[in-house]
Design a binder for this molecule. Structure first.
Ligand SMILES: NC(=O)c1ccc[n+]([C@@H]2O[C@H](COP(=O)([O-])OP(=O)(O)OC[C@H]3O[C@@H](n4cnc5c(N)ncnc54)[C@H](OP(=O)(O)O)[C@@H]3O)[C@@H](O)[C@H]2O)c1
Length: 221
């Protein structure tokens, strides 16, 4: 397989929303689930998000705990996993937290040079695909760079594209005890949706946690 093992991790409300209709971040999970996510991140070679998530949440995507950084160093790994942003038109703001050493910005040929120039100083840029980032090629490049385990931390549109392309192996969803509502609020997987051949999943873990439930699914090919 010319790509890493790919898993999505997401927190959603009981009604399947991952943020509000204003696309504002909602605290869905509690400390217990956040510790689980930190560990998953520290155990990954790279973490990936779409530019929609960067614009909405400005995540740093780094390992914050000193213990987890040490765990990685002891394994001979950099303190933080590689950070990857999928951003066809280079809309990532040059001040975004995710940028810096260890960040890869994947753009398409449609990215304008005037937006790329300031970003080049802050991260490695790879250009793949005409209008949209070619995800299969991106995963192949990451694999060649030594990425064996890739954690996808959203959002809804990137999740869709990866699943639609058959590039996801597992999905973790923490379902929190709350309702967000709103037809415009992003769900775990958005995009145009499937009309047939719905991808099938196998449930491999169910765990109650902080009033909600953690589900781990294997995507069947
Ligand atoms: N609860 C959670 O666990 C969680 C986690 C993460 C995010 N979120 C929420 O999710 C929302 C963001 O989701 P989103 O759907 O708006 O954005 P997203 O999935 O983070 O990013 C999607 C964007 O990535 C770019 N892209 C480039 N190539 C692509 C490709 N091949 N396939 C798909 N996208 C590609 C597209 O923009 P261009 O065409 O401009 O490149 C696209 O609009 C935010 O509200 C955030 O708070 C929640």
């Amino acid at each position: 397989m010319d790509r890493p093992f790919v898993f999505i991790n997401s927190a959603m409300s009981a009604d399947g929303k991952i943020s509000s209709y204003e696309r504002k971040q909602v605290r869905i999970s509690g400390p217990e689930d956040m510790d689980r996510v930190k560990l998953l991140r520290a155990d990954s070679d790279a973490v990936m998000v779409g530019v929609g998530t960067v614009l909405a949440d400005d995540p740093g995507l780094r390992v914050k705990s000193q213990d987890l950084k040490r765990m990685r160093s002891n394994r001979g790994l950099p303190e933080d996993p590689m950070r990857v942003v999928v951003d066809s038109r280079a809309r990532t703001p040059p001040a975004a937290e995710v940028l810096g050493e260890g960040c890869i910005l994947a753009v398409s040929k449609a990215a304008p040079e005037e937006r790329l120039a300031p970003l080049r100083k802050k991260c490695e840029i790879v250009s793949l695909g005409e209008d949209r980032v070619d995800l299969e090629e991106l995963l192949s490049i990451l694999h060649k760079k030594g990425v064996e385990r890739l954690m996808v931390e959203g959002g809804a549109t990137l999740n869709w594209s990866l699943i639609e392309a058959g590039l996801v192996d597992e999905i973790y969803t923490y379902v929190g005890p709350m309702i967000i509502g709103g037809e415009a609020a992003p769900t775990l997987v958005d995009g145009p949706g499937f009309r047939a051949d719905y991808p099938r999943l196998k449930l491999i873990l169910v765990e109650t946690m902080a009033g909600g439930v953690l589900l781990r699914w294997r995507v069947l090919s």
